[in-house]
Structures are given as structure tokens and as C-alpha cells.
Design a protein around this ligand. Structure first.
Ligand SMILES: O=P(O)(O)OC[C@H]1O[C@](O)(CO)[C@@H](O)[C@@H]1O
Length: 445
């Protein structure tokens, strides 16, 4: 199970002040449990892990098997919460060079529907030309332009290449039970479908079929992922005392830091496989808290890579940041630094040491340097990268986000701000129904 250490924030904020959040956090926990807070129609994620049944997992695994047996490549089409969770888990658990391996045990998973880049979509369709591919079309609303546009291309290509009958077998939709274009198409074409519950918002949906199906297709153990999340659900429960509850402590600490002028939280990893965990986390906290002109700005870096770029800013730039480091305790492989007779690079002092020992000293050295430079530091330790631990980590962040949003006083479960660009884009593209907006926007150009 993961652990959280906040000791290195105490040079910047007082321990007693963090502890003083206990009653406010309790109230936030109660609002979540009783459904009396803002956005209470989107609390389906709260006890989701412990409520996932065996039959549901079996259904997901059976569908994953069909895709695994019939596809060399599976395209996951979705944007935001409809792809980031799956990508976060798949990349955290996959070999870094899985794309390049000649003998593949699992279908290659690629992503689409998360941008509107013509080059990206052209290159994707070119790549798929000689591939036996399938598609998981994921959209809660079923109307998101980026995803719908990509799916339109992929559906046609899949049908043209593989025939309508096979396409029907290898296209799966994950969408609303009743509404939206994705539902209409799936029902009309007879695709296998999975439902995203009404009361689970996109960014909290990784443990619904939105995340579980692609993760199972990629060959990972969704039972373990859910088990890790369910154990974390208990560890972060409303009945767990404040000081022992990692979600409560994390939520309280980041809010106290925010009150003390630390407006930006940087999620840090020292393992590139966690890059997409950070992307998922940024959506979770950005969409949940960034409203009413408030909210910590969620940023991320991959170290030690970004120590050679953003490291300068973090060490000496404006002191408005704090770091939350995700540290992986035990790596999955062993590799020692070789000794070299000539020692031209002067690295023989490391000969025989594990590469991870060097990485861990980079991590410790960075923590001390950044704290010395005025950056408060929290540390989350993952025992190792496994389905169980990642499931726990994701739920921990979700629970802390719900609490933290209530501490901040916003509705953590809506995202009204994302509509603004869509409205303008539709007006600029003269979408039927947007005539007035089109006129108004043209006049501004
Ligand atoms: O699953 P959908 O409805 O396509 O939405 C995808 C994403 O778009 C947003 O609604 C923002 O536009 C996110 O909240 C969501 O995760």
C-alpha cells in the first residue's frame, strides 16, 4: 500500500495548522458520504471499488479476450477522463519499449480522439492500413467532437478493411446508458457496449469500463487494480482518524500550502512510466478545483529528465510552488553500472551499484536541494509498480480531490469552464444552431 510523508513541508507551514484541518476534513468527508455537498449527483466513484462485482469484471475480461484474440492493435478513442486513466495505468505497467518489441504478447494499444491534429489522424490511419485493428470508443457524453471525429474515421476504416461483420466484433463502445451519438451508433450497429454510470464524472471514471476495458485488453490484471483501490477506499474512509488517513492529510496539507501562497503543485516522478499518471492527475485536480478564480494550478515534471530543464526554475524561480513526489520504492529489474578500465567518464565510483541506487540518490538530493531552495515537499511512496499499488494510488488521489475541493469551497464535480472553447469553435465552424454565436464571433475577428 502507498504511504504519504509530509515532514518536508513543515519548514514552510506549521504541523498544528495541518492538524487543525481535522474537523473541516471530517465535515468534507461527511458531505461526500451523505451526499449533501456541491455536485452530489456525481459521487458514484466514492464507493465504486468496493462495489465492483465479479460478473462485471468477468464481462470486461471476456470482451477484452475477444479484442485480444482478433486484433494486433486496439485504438482507444477518448479524451480527458475518457482516456487518461487507461493510459496512465497501461503506461505505468508496460515495458517502455513495448511498441518496438517484435514478439508481442498483447495487442499494441494506441490512442486517438484526444486531439484534432490532421497529421496525427492521417499518420494513425496510415499506420493502421495493414493492421488487424479494433476500436474502443469511449465518451461519456457521446458527443465530444475530438473523439467523435476520430471514431468516424476509425469506424469507416475498420469496416472497409475488416468487413462489417468483423468490425462489429472488434468495435466496443463505452458510453452513456441512453444518451449521445456514441450510444445511438453502438445500438444501431450492434456493438458490445459498457455503460459509464451517470453519477461518475469523466475524470473519476478510471475504475469503470472507461479504464478497466482498455487496461484488460492491454493484458493487465483488473482484479488486482480494483483490489488495490478497494483497500485504499478503506484506508481513506470517513471512519479512519485524520492523522492515519492519507487522503485527509494530503488534502489538508495542500490546502494549507495554498493558503500560504503556494499556488502551484508540481507532481514529480523519477520514473518515466509515471508520466501519464501525472497527466491523469492534472485533469483530476485541474477540472475539479480550478474554478471561481481559485484553485492550485496542477503541474508536473518527469525527473531527472526535467531537472535539466525545469530544474532551474524549481530551484530558484518564484517561490509559489510545492512538490508532491511519487517515489517507487522497488524497481522491477536489476541493472548494475559496469566498471570501465579507462574510466574516461569518471564513473567508476558507481561501478557495481544498481542504477536505481543512483536514481534514488538523485531523488534524495533533489528533495533536499529543493527544500533548501524554498520548495515544500510531500512524498508518496509506492512499494512497486503493480496493478494493486496503482489502483490504490488512483483512488487515493480521487478521494483526496473530493475532500480538497470541499475544503476550497468549490464544486469539485463540475467543469463549466470547458464549454467556452467548444462554444467558440462551433460558432467559428458555423455549426447549425450556433447562428447567433457565429455572427457575434465573426464581428470580433
Ligand atoms: O467522455 P466525454 O463526454 O467525451 O468527455 C471527455 C472529457 O471532456 C470533458 O467533458 C471536458 O470537455 C471532460 O470532463 C471529460 O473527461
Amino acid at each position: 500500500m502507498i504511504s504519504l510523508n509530509i515532514e518536508k513541508t513543515f519548514g514552510f507551514i506549521f504541523k498544528e495548522k495541518v492538524s487543525a484541518y481535522e474537523s473541516e476534513v471530517k465535515a468534507a468527508q461527511r458531505m461526500l458520504e451523505d451526499g449533501t455537498g456541491k455536485g452530489n449527483d456525481f459521487l458514484g466513484w466514492l464507493h465504486l471499488p468496493s462495489s465492483i462485482g465479479k460478473e462485471h469484471l468477468a464481462d470486461l475480461k471476456a470482451t477484452a479476450k475477444v479484442l485480444r484474440e482478433n486484433c494486433e492493435v486496439v485504438v482507444v478513442a477518448g479524451i480527458g477522463g475518457s482516456y487518461l486513466g487507461a493510459r496512465a495505468v497501461i503506461e505505468a505497467l508496460s515495458n517502455s519499449f513495448v511498441w518496438l518489441q517484435e514478439k508481442k504478447e498483447n495487442p499494441v494499444i494506441i490512442y486517438a480522439g484526444h486531439n484534432i491534429s490532421e497529421d496525427y489522424l492521417y499518420e494513425l490511419t496510415e499506420y493502421l492500413k495493414d493492421k488487424k485493428f479494433g476500436v474502443i470508443n469511449i465518451s461519456k457524453s457521446g458527443t465530444t467532437t475530438e473523439t467523435a471525429l476520430a471514431f468516424r474515421l476509425l469506424k469507416k476504416q475498420c469496416e472497409d478493411q475488416r468487413g462489417k461483420e468483423t468490425a462489429k466484433k472488434v468495435i466496443v463502445a463505452v458510453t452513456d446508458a441512453k444518451k449521445g451519438a456514441a450510444r445511438v451508433t453502438a445500438d444501431k450497429e450492434g456493438y458490445k457496449t459498457f455503460v459509464i454510470p451517470d453519477n461518475v464524472g469523466g475524470r473519476f471514471s478510471v475504475l469503470t469500463p472507461v479504464g478497466l476495458l482498455p487496461i484488460a485488453v492491454a493484458g493487465f490484471d483488473i482484479e488486482q487494480l480494483v483490489a488495490g483501490a478497494a483497500d485504499m477506499e478503506k484506508a481513506c474512509g470517513a471512519d479512519v482518524p485524520f492523522a492515519e488517513n492519507p487522503a485527509a492529510v494530503y488534502a489538508a496539507t495542500r490546502n494549507e500550502l495554498y493558503k500560504n501562497g503556494k499556488k502551484i503543485e508540481i507532481l514529480v516522478n523519477f520514473c518515466p512510466k509515471l508520466h501519464y499518471v501525472s497527466e491523469w492527475w492534472k485533469q483530476l485536480y485541474g477540472e475539479s478545483e480550478g474554478k471561481e478564480n481559485k484553485g492550485i494550478f496542477p503541474a508536473s515534471v518527469d525527473f531527472s529528465t526535467d531537472l535539466h530543464s525545469m530544474g532551474q526554475w524549481i530551484q530558484e524561480g518564484e517561490r509559489s510552488i510545492f512538490e508532491t513526489v511519487i517515489s517507487v520504492d522497488k524497481v522491477n529489474h536489476k541493472l548494475a553500472v559496469p566498471s570501465d578500465e579507462a574510466n574516461l567518464d569518471g564513473l567508476n565510483f558507481l561501478a557495481g551499484k544498481r542504477v536505481d541506487e543512483v536514481n534514488k540518490m538523485a531523488e534524495l538530493g533533489t528533495q533536499l536541494a529543493h527544500v533548501d531552495g524554498g520548495v515544500p515537499n510531500m512524498r508518496i511512496v509506492l512499494p512497486e509498480l503493480s496493478e494493486y499499488n496503482i489502483g490504490g494510488l488512483l483512488y487515493f488521489f480521487e478521494k483526496a480531490c473530493g475532500i480538497s475541493g470541499y475544503l476550497l469551497g468549490v464544486n469539485p464535480f463540475n467543469q463549466p469552464g470547458v464549454e467556452a472553447y467548444k462554444k467558440n469553435m462551433f460558432a467559428l465552424l458555423n455549426k447549425p444552431g450556433y447562428e447567433e454565436e457565429s455572427k457575434a464571433i465573426q464581428a470580433r475577428l
